[in-house]
Design a protein around this ligand. Structure first.
Ligand SMILES: *Cc1c(COP(=O)(O)O)cnc(C)c1O
Length: 361
């Protein structure tokens, strides 16, 4: 095409690499932290019957009042806090960053960490500061305090547990960050169902704190729904960025229905937690791996004696897709990440991994 036209695209967009989602067709998906289970057939039928009455010729409720009330109850959002919904928490991250963007403003998070904080900052055109974690992936408080003092970030994102490392940061370190932060602090609790630790109740104590959750990792990734909780005045400002009908009518109905039956999702999370413990034991027992502790529904591990790329490919050739962190050096060097799936999927992965590690270098 005419290259002259492309000059109208902002340089920071042209410099970006598009977010890549691997093609999973025909493969067992253990790459994206999805819940392997569906709703029971009886509930699925009820859900589908409910959708048949959805008024798809009408715009959805712009404030999604019924769904927000359900979420507040199910997620135990304290009475002092207000909520705003996003089309996935990715959209909430975008709204937050758009709300603070401006000359001299910066967004801060930790590396290795969730790529969206960095990527959306660049899309929006605001500086991103990634503070390196300590070698055990805990918060390096000396580096963090220095970076906060230097950059005065408008917002600090803390994934709790962290992705892709899987660990929970120390509560006292996070409290310290909340206390010294000049701006907002967002606790991204995407993996709360697997970690069972939360800052939600602390919203009462810190007005600069925001807590973000998503239904994606709980078993509803296809619906695209996240929630941000915080002080009403702050949430009202962020809500101005939200496009009016961002949560479609089908998502509003289905998510409300699924959360009415949250006990089933909680049972699924409990069985995934059990499987995680089993997988951690089995992986730790293998030679040639460094396995990192996890409080999430995935496990990060380093291949010590073969190329991670080759191991990844061998596992994929065996019909199982995991995530290649694609790092030759640094904290994630030669690391792979596997999502905890159903028992048979996990067993298949372990067998494929054992074979791959014994293959020729
Ligand atoms: C998966 C993930 C999200 C994205 O959640 P969506 O609601 O699916 O957009 C947010 N934060 C972290 C840390 C994640 O790992």
């Amino acid at each position: 095409m005419n290259q002259e036209l492309l000059k109208w695209i902002r340089p920071e967009i042209r410099a970006l690499k598009a977010y890549h989602v691997a093609d999973a067709s025909g493969l067992v998906k253990l790459d994206a932290m999805e819940n392997p289970y569906s709703l029971p057939a009886e509930l699925l039928e009820q859900a589908q019957a409910g959708l048949s009455t959805a008024a798809i010729n009408r715009y959805p409720d712009p404030a999604a009042k019924a769904l927000r009330a359900r979420i507040a109850k199910v997620m135990q959002v304290p009475a002092c806090a207000e909520t705003v919904l996003g089309n996935g928490s990715d959209e909430l991250i975008q709204m937050l960053i758009m709300a603070v963007a401006g000359a001299g403003r910066s967004v801060m998070s930790f590396e290795p960490g969730f790529v969206m904080y960095n990527m959306i900052s660049r899309l929006v055109g605001v500086d991103y500061v990634g503070v390196p974690l300590a070698t055990d992936f805990s918060l390096d408080m000396q580096a963090t305090e220095a970076a906060i003092a230097k950059h005065q970030p408008a917002v600090i994102f803390i994934a709790y547990p962290n992705n892709p490392t899987g660990n929970l940061f120390a509560e006292k370190d996070i409290e310290r960050i909340i206390k010294i932060a000049p701006g907002l602090v967002v606790l991204d609790e995407a993996y709360q169902p697997f970690a069972q630790h939360s800052f939600m109740s602390k919203l009462e104590h810190y007005e600069q704190l925001l807590v973000m959750r998503t239904v994606s990792k709980m078993g509803l990734a296809g619906l695209r729904l996240g929630v941000l909780c915080g002080q009403p005045e702050l949430i009202a400002e962020i809500d101005k960025i939200r496009l009016p009908y961002n949560i479609n009518v089908l998502t509003q109905k289905l998510a409300d229905f699924a959360l009415e039956h949250v006990a089933i999702l909680e049972q699924q999370a409990a069985s995934i937690r059990e499987q995680r413990e089993l997988m951690l034991q089995q992986l730790t027992a293998l030679d040639g791996l460094e396995v990192f502790p996890s409080q999430a529904n995935f496990i990060l591990f380093r291949i010590l004696q073969r190329s991670a790329e080759k191991v990844f490919e061998d596992i994929r050739d065996a019909g199982i897709l995991i995530k290649n962190m694609k790092a030759n050096e640094g904290a994630l060097a030669n690391c792979l990440r596997v999502t905890v799936g159903a028992p048979d999927e996990n067993a298949g992965f372990l067998a494929a991994l054992r074979r791959a590690m014994n293959n020729e270098k």
